[in-house]
Design a protein around this ligand. Structure first.
Ligand code: RP5
Length: 163
């Protein structure tokens, strides 16, 4: 069985961020596969991956990159699958460069852009799961239960804690 979600990233250095997408997908029981696909270092690999992703059985692509982050938009231009972009926090500009590179797609080729960094990767995983849950009732129930668990974990009153 092919994985439902492809998690692609521009570099090994993106994995500490992108693993948050993998972790939430694991928690929700969604199959996924992670690959390094760089728009500028391995452009042929990117083209081959993007053009064959649907045929390979993937249903959603999560693409993370940092700096001049072309990977999500370039991938989206070559596949009909939904592409969720995660701006990885860069050293020079703290990920604002990544965010603007990914979010400002001209009309016609959408990339669903999430927040910079770990929160964005987690939310990309959750959004991928929500897309898949539209046609998977068991997954929809697991997603509902996960959200209910988050709600239940919030105390009504704050407690004194050590600082
Ligand atoms: C981008 O350049 C990658 O997505 C990564 O976020 C950034 C830096 O890559 P490395 O120099 O750490 O490989 O292509």
């Amino acid at each position: 069985m092919p994985a439902d979600v492809a998690i692609i990233m521009g570099s090994q250095s993106d994995w500490p961020t992108m693993r948050f997408a993998a972790e939430i997908l694991d928690e929700l029981g969604v199959s996924h596969e992670a690959r390094i696909v760089s728009a500028h270092r391995t452009p042929d690999r990117m083209v081959e991956f993007a053009k064959s992703a649907k045929q390979a059985g993937f249903k959603v692509i999560i693409a993370g990159a940092g700096g001049a982050a072309h990977l999500p938009g370039m991938t989206a231009s070559m596949t009909p699958l939904p592409v969720l972009g995660v701006p990885v926090q860069s050293k020079a500009l703290s990920g604002e460069d990544s965010l603007l590179s990914i979010v400002q797609m001209p009309a016609g080729i959408p990339v669903g852009t999430l927040a910079i960094g770990n929160a964005g990767a987690t939310n990309a995983g959750l959004m991928a799961a929500a897309i898949l849950a539209l046609q998977d009732e068991a997954l929809a129930a697991r997603l509902d239960a996960w959200r209910e668990g988050r709600t239940a974990s919030v105390a009504e009153k704050p407690e004194d804690t050590e600082t």
